[in-house]
Design a protein around this ligand. Structure first.
Ligand code: SAM
Length: 258
């Protein structure tokens, strides 16, 4: 069966990597695993063996028919749908301890990561990403790679483990290497939607100052951010790329609604 490039189908074939990836996923025995893109089941099969329950969402009907024949277990649910059309409530309502796992389809990996990040019912997010995206997530300030993704993910999650996955571990072999990262959700007292909206507005205008970016986005607390900068002796023309994650959190904490 041919793989579909448009669906980001690069299948994991390296058994040792598959084992170390599955072993790195937290709380397997007591958790519901939500997997996106099971493909031919490289991760799904060992997950079904080890986890309490696995729910996998796959868009490609060819993969669905393979999986229906090869994984027949009571703790496995297969959903034939586009992940972007899924309402989490239809899938994980009333579930406890939910871990998200995916060898992500690269063409929508950030969209899926945000979809998981926004919902704090997911205790962890363990994902395979192209190296370029891993670098963006763990970027330091003042690098081109530092941006909305870095601050959003870095504020909500801590890195538990990173496994390098060379291109040769996949078939077909992609042009670039990948990394599998295990992220655990931090305890977070703010409203996630409000916080991520603040970060989105902060990075809305590339290479503009924080204040300009917020103002252009009509962000309601722009003036409070300006006051915060002045009060804390931070230059008022600071660019968002220069601001550490902990400072974004402190600024947000200073808003009256928090
Ligand atoms: N888990 C398998 C593995 O590791 O070998 C396959 C991973 S492959 C990188 C990505 C998978 O995501 C493919 O099976 C693809 O069909 C599926 N996929 C792509 N777009 C999708 C979407 N919008 N919703 C659900 N699944 C999708």
């Amino acid at each position: 069966m041919n793989s579909k490039k448009t669906l980001g189908q690069n299948f994991l074939i390296d058994k040792n990597k598959i084992n170390s990836i599955v072993d790195s996923i937290p709380f397997l025995e007591n958790s519901t695993i939500l997997e996106v893109g099971p493909g031919r089941g490289a991760l799904t099969k060992p997950l079904v063996e080890k986890a309490k329950e696995v729910i996998s969402i796959e868009i490609d009907e060819n993969m669905i028919s393979v999986l229906k024949k090869t994984i027949i277990k009571n703790n496995f649910t297969l959903i034939h749908k586009d992940i972007l059309d899924i309402e989490w409530d239809d899938v994980i309502k009333n579930k406890k301890s939910i871990q998200f796992v995916s060898n992500l389809p690269y063409y929508i990996s950030t969209k899926i990561m945000f979809k998981v990040a926004y919902d704090n019912r997911f205790d962890s997010m363990s994902v395979m990403l192209q190296k370029e995206l891993v670098d963006r997530i763990f970027s330091k300030t003042n690098f081109k790679t530092y941006g909305r993704l870095t601050v959003s993910i870095g504020s909500l999650f801590s890195l538990e483990k990173k496994i390098n996955v060379p291109a040769g571990c996949f078939k077909p072999k992609p042009k670039v290497d990948s990394g599998f990262i295990v992220l655990k959700r931090r305890k977070f007292n703010f409203d996630i939607d409000d916080y991520l909206f603040f970060i989105k507005c902060s990075f809305a205008m590339k290479r503009k100052t924080l204040i300009n970016s917020l103002k252009k986005s009509n962000y309601e607390f722009s003036d409070l951010v300006l006051k915060y900068l002045i009060k804390n002796n931070i230059k008022i023309n600071i660019r968002s790329e220069e601001i550490e994650i902990k400072t974004f959190l402190k600024i947000f904490e200073s808003f009256p609604c928090q």
